[in-house]
Design a protein around this ligand. Structure first.
Ligand code: C5J
Length: 227
């Protein structure tokens, strides 16, 4: 077993690439583009777009080193059969989940907005998980997919840090996985929420897991390449 070590908080994070996946949460047009669900909620999407180059580097690193790559997509079936009425009603939006919007029906699978941004499209061999909730484990096959592949460690990025990313980190942690939040590969519409989540994850000896910048993950792989 070849292990790599990331200089992380609250302490070093050691992982075996053969048992590690990159989990990219919800890098969809509905969250990152004007006219999508995030914008309809009143958010400015620019802070989310800033992490795209870092996410591209993380995915390239994972693919170059044979890590599993998993993308999640928050989207509902066209009948909204998997969308709790409470979720649809929340926010009292004039144009909300399932309604026709600038990017097609909001958060509905197969519509333009539910698709991944062009810069981060899944590649052959990547796994795509459609999820109806905020957490990637809720009502999905993610846990069994990870267990079948022997994956124990997760390098996590995506949007938004305090909603789907944090929920997924906590779900993973409770299921016994070892999650590392790649901090500059995640973003929120609210910078203070992003920063607070990073602190919450690493608090109390790694209450939820670890956090590190992408540069530290890249350095770990570079050290492994040189060994
Ligand atoms: C939200 C997400 N914010 N991907 N979804 O509704 O964080």
């Amino acid at each position: 077993m070849t292990t790599l070590t990331v200089a992380a908080r609250p302490y070093d994070y050691t992982f075996d690439p053969a048992h590690t996946a990159v989990l990219m949460i919800d890098m969809q047009r509905d969250f990152l583009e004007p006219g999508g669900f995030g914008a309809l909620l009143g958010n400015e999407v620019a802070p989310l777009r800033r992490i795209v180059p870092a996410c591209q580097r993380l995915l390239a690193l994972a693919r170059a080193h044979g890590l599993a790559v998993i993308h999640t997509q928050e989207a509902h079936d066209p009948l909204l059969a998997d969308c709790p009425p409470a979720k649809k009603a929340r926010g009292r939006l004039a144009c909300g989940i399932g309604d026709p919007g600038p990017l097609g029906r909001v958060l509905v699978a197969g519509e333009p907005g539910a698709g991944f941004i062009p810069e981060l499209l899944p590649e052959p061999g990547d796994i795509v998980i459609r999820k109806p909730g905020k957490g990637a484990f809720f009502a999905t096959a993610l846990d069994s997919i990870l267990r079948h592949r022997g994956i124990t460690h997760l390098l996590v990025g995506g949007v938004t840090t305090e909603v789907c990313v944090q929920t997924t980190l906590r779900e993973a942690n409770d299921r016994g996985y070892e999650p590392l939040l790649v901090a500059d590969c995640a973003a929120s519409y609210f910078a203070q929420f992003h920063d607070a989540v990073v602190e919450m994850v690493v608090a109390q000896g790694g209450n939820v897991g670890w956090a590190a910048p992408l540069a530290a993950v890249e350095a770990a792989f570079a050290a492994g390449d040189d060994a």
